[in-house]
Ligand binder design. Structure first.
Ligand SMILES: [Zn+2]
Length: 583
């Protein structure tokens, strides 16, 4: 065990080139040394365990090395280097500000700064966790930082850059360290394993790297821990057992069950997970990550965001083919909801089970919805002008741009004929799926210009009559009614659309609220009109006409007059019964 605790430190990089995953920083530092443009104060920012102190030490060693290589690396052989490597150099002074944050601590340091080094050129002061310094200590330090002696170099390191006061920030050259990529960590672990004669499965090292969350130091100590537990063979199984991590296989199996709408199977797997000592929240978290990976794995452009070993990556690829993007997005939404509700839920197991059932029925619903969409499209085509539509609907959808989404393909007869489902996809999935983004852009730009995915040349611009317009409009309204959008139906049928010239259509509505409802539907409506009227230059504008002339009928006389206008027979009725209208 002891041996291995040391091993984490043993493989601490000793040269710039061996620092893992921070090339942007080491290259800059090397260049500065080479060109003699070294700043006197540095601020190294970044998460813990990513190499800030290591880089500071390498910098200190390299600038004092008596026999620096052409590649600006320390020789690790000269007196200066050996004293550095054995931790006995007087030219480096490290202060941990987390525990030494008083004014006195800083004064002691500042006093030292005045003395030039006895050997070597520079004295390097490394102040770790510098954000922990008290305000007084910061002030005591400021003067020295402002006018440091030529031989002094300060390297301040912090995990919390935002806590550093501006007067310090402005005096430092700032370097931002990255979280280390998982495959970089895994590679470094593989290197350590090889040097230590430990056989390690790549999946095992990837899991360790993932668990370390970008911190190399943590990854090394987890690795040591596993080796001390499992001996010289580090297997995937040993790692997940030891780190209490849920096996990937569980997620792949649950997803298969969900895709097959197999509720009992999914519940049994979850039961198994609980029996293995994992809690429900853990599972929700993991399965969300799994669906995210499937989403990312669907697209060649985003597949690199999958930070897993090559074997697992192939598994993700294979399973992602079986999931549609809308399915994954809806699944993630369900899981996200479960995640936020988990803490406050009284019966947490039931919450997870319910979510699983929702996931299972999701795929069923979706496939039915997709079917419905198909038939809806067919119906639209049938109910409206038959001559116009049949040829359009027969167009094969594969003439259009590449689309990854099955649903999107189905709505591709015209790009503007946007179904609500597709709109939802466009709205929610844009960050990850590039193809959809391109479709979305097209849709955004399209209302007034050409909209088919086909070439612009064969777009019809047939003329149509007011009557044809009214019929088409009504057909659309009826369709909305059939879909249960009663409010939209009544707004659409309150007035008649007006054909202003051969392609401009105006529709008057009597309130802002109605107009808002119409605007929501505009793309869909305009697409329908263009398609059915076979005129792709059709433009649609809404006007809000507040009915000022429509007087409110307060008195009985008003009401009587109003009804009389509508039906003159009312007067006969009144006379026949000898009725009076109150005046
Ligand atoms: Zn040296």
């Amino acid at each position: 065990m002891e041996d291995f605790v040391v091993s984490a430190r043993k493989y601490r990089p000793a040269t710039f080139d061996t620092v893992v995953g921070q090339a942007h920083i080491t290259d800059t530092l090397k260049n500065a040394i080479k060109n003699n443009h070294l700043a006197q104060a540095f601020l190294f920012c970044g998460p813990r365990g990513v190499g800030k102190t290591t880089c500071a030490r390498i910098l200190a060693k390299t600038i004092n090395c008596q026999n620096r290589s052409e590649n600006i690396e320390a020789c690790n052989q000269c007196d200066s280097c050996t004293s550095f490597n054995s931790g006995q150099s007087l030219n480096v002074y490290e202060l941990d500000a987390a525990s030494n944050n008083s004014v006195d601590d800083i004064r002691a340091l500042v006093d030292q700064v005045r003395y030039a080094p006895q050997h070597g050129k520079y004295k390097v002061y490394i102040i770790d966790e510098v954000h922990m310094l008290s305000a007084g200590a910061f002030n005591a330090f400021l003067k020295t930082l402002e006018e440091p002696p030529k031989h002094a170099i300060f390297i301040l390191a912090t995990t919390e850059k935002h806590k550093i006061i501006p007067t310090i920030l402005s005096r430092c050259q700032i370097f931002d360290f990255n979280r280390i990529q998982i495959h970089d960590i895994a590679n470094h672990l593989a290197y350590i394993a090889k040097s230590e004669n430990v056989t390690a499965e790549p999946e095992a090292l990837h899991i360790i790297a993932q668990k370390a969350d970008g911190a190399l130091r943590d990854a090394c100590s987890i690795f040591d821990q596993i080796v001390s537990f499992a001996g010289n063979t580090v297997t995937y199984k040993a790692v997940i057992d030891n780190l209490n991590i849920l096996d990937y296989d569980y997620y792949f199996n649950v997803t298969d069950a969900v895709l097959n709408a197999n509720i009992p199977e999914s519940l049994l797997i979850f039961n198994d997970i609980l029996n293995n000592g994992f809690d429900g929240h853990n599972f929700i978290d993991g399965i969300s990550g799994h669906f995210r990976n499937l989403l990312v794995g669907k697209d060649t452009q985003t597949i690199d965001l999958l930070e897993v070993s090559p074997n697992i990556k192939e598994k993700y690829k294979a399973q992602s083919v079986k999931c549609s993007v809308p399915f994954l997005i809806k699944a993630l939404t369900i899981l996200n909801k479960a995640d936020t509700q988990y803490k406050s839920a009284k019966n947490q197991r039931l919450l997870v089970e319910l979510s699983l059932m929702q996931l299972c029925s999701l795929n069923m619903q979706m496939s039915e919805a997709e079917k419905k969409n198909d038939t809806r499209e067919q119906k639209l085509v049938e109910t409206a002008k038959p001559a116009v539509s049949s040829s359009q609907s027969a167009q094969p959808s594969n003439t259009s741009t590449q689309n990854v989404v099955p649903v999107a393909e189905k709505t591709n007869i015209t790009q503007t004929n946007t179904t609500p489902l597709k709109k939802a996809i466009l709205k929610t999935s844009s960050p990850s799926i590039s193809q959809i983004i391109s479709t979305e852009k097209k849709t955004e730009n399209s209302p007034s210009t050409s909209t088919t995915a086909n070439s612009t040349s064969n777009q019809p611009e047939n003329s149509f009559t007011q009557e044809q317009l009214e019929n088409t409009w009504l057909a659309y309204a009826n369709n909305q009614k059939a879909k249960g959008k009663i409010n939209l139906f009544s707004i659409l049928t309150a007035e008649k659309p007006l054909l202003i010239d051969d392609k401009k259509i105006e529709y008057n509505t009597n309130s802002k609220t109605s107009e808002e409802v119409l605007i929501e539907e505009k793309l869909d409506l305009i697409g329908y009109l263009r398609h059915e009227l076979k005129n792709f230059s059709v433009q649609l504008t809404y006007n809000v006409i507040e009915n000022n002339d429509k007087k409110n009928l307060y008195t009985a006389t008003d009401k009587y007059k109003h009804f009389l206008e509508k039906n003159p027979n009312i007067n006969k009725l009144r006379q026949a019964f000898d009725l009076d209208v109150e005046f």
